[in-house]
Structures are given as structure tokens and as C-alpha cells.
Design a protein. Sequence first.
Length: 397
Amino acid sequence: MSPQKQSHNLLFFAIAIASLAPLAIVSVIASALSIAMLNNWSDIARDHERELNHLQAVANRLDALEWRAISKKKVDSELEKDLKQSREQAQQSLEVLRKTAPSVEQRQRVELAYKNYANSVDRLLKLLEFSRIEEALEFDETQVDPSYDKLYEIIVNATTEASRTSANFTYWANVGSVLIVLFLVGTLGIVFRQYLIVNQRVQNLILENMRDREESLEREYRVLEARVAERTQELQKANTALSQAISDLQQSQMQLVQSEKMSMLGQLVAGVGHEINNPVSFLSGNIQPALDYLNDLFSLIDIYQREFPQLEPTRQQQIDTIDLDYIREDFPKLIGSMKEGVTRIQDISTSLRTFSRSDSVSPVAFNLHDGIDSTLMILKYRLKANETRPAIKIIKD
């Protein structure tokens, strides 16, 4: 059988299996809706049964209240409160029964029986209010008790019917659930059997295709093996040439990087020297005017002391506190130290610019001694002694 014909057969089986899915889904959905409706009706019947039991409990309470009133031979406020509460509960149960009753006829029977009983109780209580005890007892036997028995009989019958209805709905819902499960099991069994058949045919087709592919791949492998051997020789030759080119390129790259590093270092040093030179020049240019201003201030102080030799105690105390004589003696030395430091910084800045030679872009004549001196100036801190060697002494001839 050709692969194309086998593929058509597999497609036919796949379509057959797929056609079962919609039918199974529709059947399950319909059955599930039916079961849901049966469960809902069963719940309504149970609610109806529960409210009938509640109404019966209220009627029993009314009967107990009736006998309590007869035993007391009067209707007090507490009894009236209990009667009102029981009637409200009965009305609530009747409202629910109007929604859950299976038929209008049954609902009307229950409502009529309760209404007759409630009216009988009201008339009995009226007789007790007027202290007509004998009439009340006779009315209880002839009217109240029969109406209560009638209500009890109707409620018991309705409760039995509601219980039977709820049980029937529950039974058929369970039967439907079992049928759905059986249907699903049968459908799954059919689908699984068809799946096994299709799967076996697919595996046979795959094995046949794999054998054809292995033969084709073996032929292609022999052709590729010959081509790979040919290309390997060519790649070895190209690899040798490429390795030599990479080695030459790496050497050139190292030289370029080293040259660029030296260029960047020279620019950095020149920039540092230039930035240092600007503020140092400002300081150097203002030290002497500052010293002149100081001498002028000291001269003015001398004139003031000659004109006013006797000062006020507070001013004399301030002069003693700041030690004016010491300031007059030490401040010029301080200015001199600052001037010497500025000169030192200027020498370092000049040495940096001389060392970097970045202030010219074309070849110029250069004094070798200046270059050596600038280098020694920059490296002066390296000449000092440390824990590993003594100080290095520079001898200039």
C-alpha cells in the first residue's frame, strides 16, 4: 500500500472518531440539563416539605397557646405577644408555600384549612376575653379541635406527597447520572478502540517511512562524507593562512593600543598641568599684593597706637587676646611659606607640561636637560628612602 493511500485511510478513521465527539457532547449536555432540572424540582419539593413541617409546628404552638389560655381562663399580654409571633411565622410559611406548592389546589387546601383553624382560635380567644368559659370549652370541642385535626391531616398528606415527589425526582436524577456515566464509558470505549486501531496504523506507517528515510539518509551520508573530506583540506589551508593573519593583526593591534595609551597619558598629564597652572598663577599673582595690603594695615595700626597710646580696657584686652605682636611677626613668614608652596606647584606644573609636550602639534627643538629635570621633578617622591631601599641620590655634572 502506498504512503498516500495509507494517509487517506488514517484521515478517514480520524474523521470517524471526530464525528462521535459532537454526538457525545450533545447527549451529555442534554442529560446534564435534565438531571439539573430534576435536582431543582427535588429541591423545591424538599423546601415545600420543610415549610409544611414548619407550618405544622406553628399550628402545634397555636394549639398549645390555646390550651394555655383556656387553663388561665384569660388572655394576658404575654400570650397575645406569643400569638402574634406565631401568626407572623405562619404567614411567612404560607408565603413560601405559595411558591413551592406543586399545585394551586393543594396550596388552596392548606391555606383554607389554616384560615379556618386560625379563625376558630380567634373566636375562642374572644369568648375567653368575655369570660364565657363554658361556651369557650364547648366551642373548642366542636370547632377548634376539628379544624386543627383537619389542618393536621391536610399538612400530613401534603408532606407525604412532597417527600414522595422529592424522592422520585432524586431517584430519577441518580438514574440519569448513572446512565450518563454508562454512556460516557461506552463512548470512551468506542473512541479508545478506534484510537488503538488508528494508532497501530500510524505506527506502521511511521516505521515504513523511517526505513525509507534511513536508506535515503545513508545515500546522502556517503555523498556528504566525500564532500566533507574535500572541504576539510580546503579549510585546513585557509585556517593556516587565517592564523598567520590573526597573529599579524594582534601584533599590530598591541602596537596601536600602546601608542594610543601613551598619547592619552600625554594628553591627561598636559591637561592636569594646565588645570593646576591656572589657579596657581592666580595665587602667585595675588600673594605680593596681599603682603602689601598687610604691611599697610600694620602701618595704620602703628599710627593708631601712637595717636592713642592709652586704650580702653576692653580694646586692650582684645589686642592681648589675639596676640597682635605675634601676628605682626608670624604673618609675613606665613605669606612667605605660601609663596614658596606656590612656586613649588608652578615648578611641578611646568615639569608636567614639559614632560608631555602637548602644547605643540609639530616637531620643535627640545632641550634634553629640561626633559630630564622635569622627569626628575615628577618622580622626586620615588627617590626617597623606604623600608626596602635607601634614598636615591641624583648627581648632576
